[in-house]
Design a protein around this ligand. Structure first.
Ligand SMILES: Nc1ncnc2c1ncn2[C@@H]1O[C@H](COP(=O)(O)OP(=O)(O)OP(=O)(O)O)[C@@H](O)[C@H]1O
Length: 235
């Protein structure tokens, strides 16, 4: 295992009712990188993230964070090890304000520190103006930003983002990319799933391609884009 790798999966497999969702998936994410996972619908991307985040247990294989094996650890334990995540579908509390949503996840922080941290993040993401809005009042794009702020509350060292760019306009996509790059410059690692090829090809240091549960390609965006196996999987 390379000391530069913050996250490693080794031959991770998952079956649902006997059907293979993920087949011996091995991958490594370099510290400080922006790494992407692409693949057609049902190729196992979310399953992979759920296994890394501790919400699913693999049938076989191992997961390492910062060189330590964490296979089968609980989601809370994975979170304590510095893994933050956002979901494809927003999980914000509708009946809480944005500020309350952020403070609510700050386990182990006293209230004043949590509010301070939340303010800093809202400022960083340029959404201070919506601090007092209800979760239910937010636009789809605002939700994406608040989800991101929420995942950052506990100062993760790696963020797993499930389709952070889906369904939002290119301007907001670019804004999010700039925020993620700024976070990477401060040492955060970004690992994300998306279908948004423009961003994956422009911004990722490395891309993994899943198809029917298998890692069929990995490498720099350019090489992956021209890989015949990848073209076959998509078309
Ligand atoms: N909890 C579950 N129970 C049964 N089957 C599941 C479950 N979760 C995922 N699957 C199946 O596992 C396979 C991989 O699904 P997964 O959601 O990981 O794919 P995905 O690449 O994230 O897809 P999408 O791009 O549509 O989100 C699919 O065939 C899916 O139906």
């Amino acid at each position: 295992m390379n000391a530069d790798d913050i996250l490693v999966t080794e031959k991770v497999s998952k079956r649902f009712d006997g059907r293979i969702a993920l087949n011996e998936a091995s991958l490594a994410v370099k510290r400080g990188s922006i790494t992407g996972v692409i693949g057609p619908n049902g190729s196992g991307k979310s399953t992979l993230f759920n296994i890394i985040a501790g919400t699913l247990t693999p049938n076989s294989g191992r997961v390492y964070i910062e060189g330590q094996e964490v296979t089968g650890s609980s989601a809370a334990d994975i979170c304590r090890r510095g893994v933050g995540r956002t979901f494809q579908i927003s999980r914000l509390f509708a009946e809480m304000t944005v500020m309350e949503n952020l403070v609510a996840v700050a386990h182990g922080m006293d209230d004043r520190a949590a509010v301070k941290r939340a303010r800093e993040l809202l400022e960083f993401l340029e959404i201070t103006a919506i601090a007092d809005k209800w979760g239910s009042e937010l636009s789809y794009g605002q939700r994406k930003l608040v989800e991101m702020a929420r995942a950052l509350m506990l100062k993760p060292s790696i963020m797993l983002l499930d389709e952070p760019f889906a369904g939002i306009n290119p301007r907001l996509q670019n804004r999010i990319v700039e925020h993620l790059k700024a976070l990477c410059a401060r040492g955060l690692t970004v690992f994300f799933i998306d279908h948004e090829m423009r961003i994956v090809l422009q911004e990722c240091d490395l891309v993994y391609v899943l198809a029917e549960g298998n890692v069929i390609a990995s490498g720099a965006p350019e090489s992956v884009r021209n890989d015949p196996k990848v073209l076959d999987a998509y078309f």
